[in-house]
Design a protein around this ligand. Sequence first.
Ligand SMILES: Cc1ncc(COP(=O)(O)O)c(C=O)c1O
Length: 480
Amino acid sequence: MDKKLLDSVYDASTFKNHGDQLVQLLAHHLNNASRGSSKTIDWNLPEDELAFWNSFLETGKMDDFFPEILKRTTHVHNPKYVGHQVAVPAPITALTGLIASMLNNGMAVYEMGMSPTAMERIVCDLLGQNIGYSENSRGILTSGGTLANLTALLAARKAKVESNVWNNGHTGPLAIMVSEEAHYCVDRAAKIMGLGDAGIIKVPVTEDFTMDVSQLETRYQQAIANGVQVFAIVGSAPSTATGIYDNLVAIGQFAGKHNLWFHVDGAHGGAAIFSKKYKHLLQGIEHSDSVVIDGHKMLMMPTITTALIFKEGQHSHTTFSQKADYLLTDTDEEDWYNGGKRTFECTKSMMSLHWYILLKMYGEEVFDQNVTQLYDLAEAFAQLIQNDLHFELAIQPMSNILCFRYVDENLNLEELNQLNQTIRQILLEDGEYYLVQTKLRGIHYLRTTLMNPFTTMEHLGQLIHKIKQEAHKLLTNNPS
Ligand SMILES: Cc1ncc(COP(=O)(O)O)c(C=O)c1O
């Protein structure tokens, strides 16, 4: 067989040429985007985007491929990016991504990823220490907070439910407790586990969007009276829409009283364990049984990498074991290095490289600086909004997530909702800034997550000014 095509695919000098060009292009992009002088997003209709890439497949030039991707994506390195909870990756992690893709060790067994497996152990041990766990703690890295929360709840069920659900299926109704403001993936995890609607006890939130812990006992007793076994409770650190942290001390005490598994969904703000100034928000996390922290949110890493850390390492080993008992006998050595037994995935990427390189090059201090900078900025932005009569905050922020809206006393709720929605669409199509939106208790808010450590109050002041200008145009029907 003539394998010229395959030869060209694997040609090292072609790789080098493309690689050199791409690194130059990305370095240029980084410089450009971080100045904030270009658009954050050049928004297109989905159908137009589809048509473009269909036509590119036929007639596009290879030289244009990478530049077109740059043009047609959202630029998180632009300080005017204040949208979703996605990290602004430290550029070095683009290079760990590159080597991971090239070497492509599949990580399911030790031999297929020796270095990244050792690094994963080091990273997880360090996270366990920062959470406040003992040396019994173990963890895994996995593909996202969604999967990590599901994995934690599977471990919880294994640890707390006496019947062997893994092998025999459910024999009675089971439930978890979680705030009604928790990320939807917790709900989804419970559904995947077959708990059904009755198996997700949604605890209402207070006026301040934090779990109303005064309701825990009543809700729990109601479930017990209905013959439901509650086996876990999840605290949000923080919840997604508003960025408000649950009271982990109170939740931990409640979990202890009823022998429930206490899981902390810190996908977004668990990273505050590294912030000297803000780690108090996580007080009580040390009493949890498991914690999820995303690297690709507040820890400057590319998608997708999440740490799931267990207080007691054995739970990391039993989650997916086919037998009810612990995998190892007392005399066995713990095979922490065979990751495939402990993660949902079989094959997974060499994601520990991102964590390790940041620790090696910059130390834990870099995580402290990033989280502290972003949370401080949100506080200052909240002040700015509060001092402006044209705006209203949904709630004083506890993290870098901040919801606010334009207000006008002459408009009713419906009109204000429409106005804020229209403003957000105008900003999206304009593309200078990128922010998102959310609805809380029937009120439409603009939502910013301050992810870029180079966003300044000047950028945010200009954003506020721009929103006011757009609102004025809409209200006076003056398009100029
Ligand atoms: C609190 C919380 N939990 C879980 C998730 C899901 O994480 P991932 O997107 O990594 O699957 C998110 C995502 O925004 C989140 O904010």
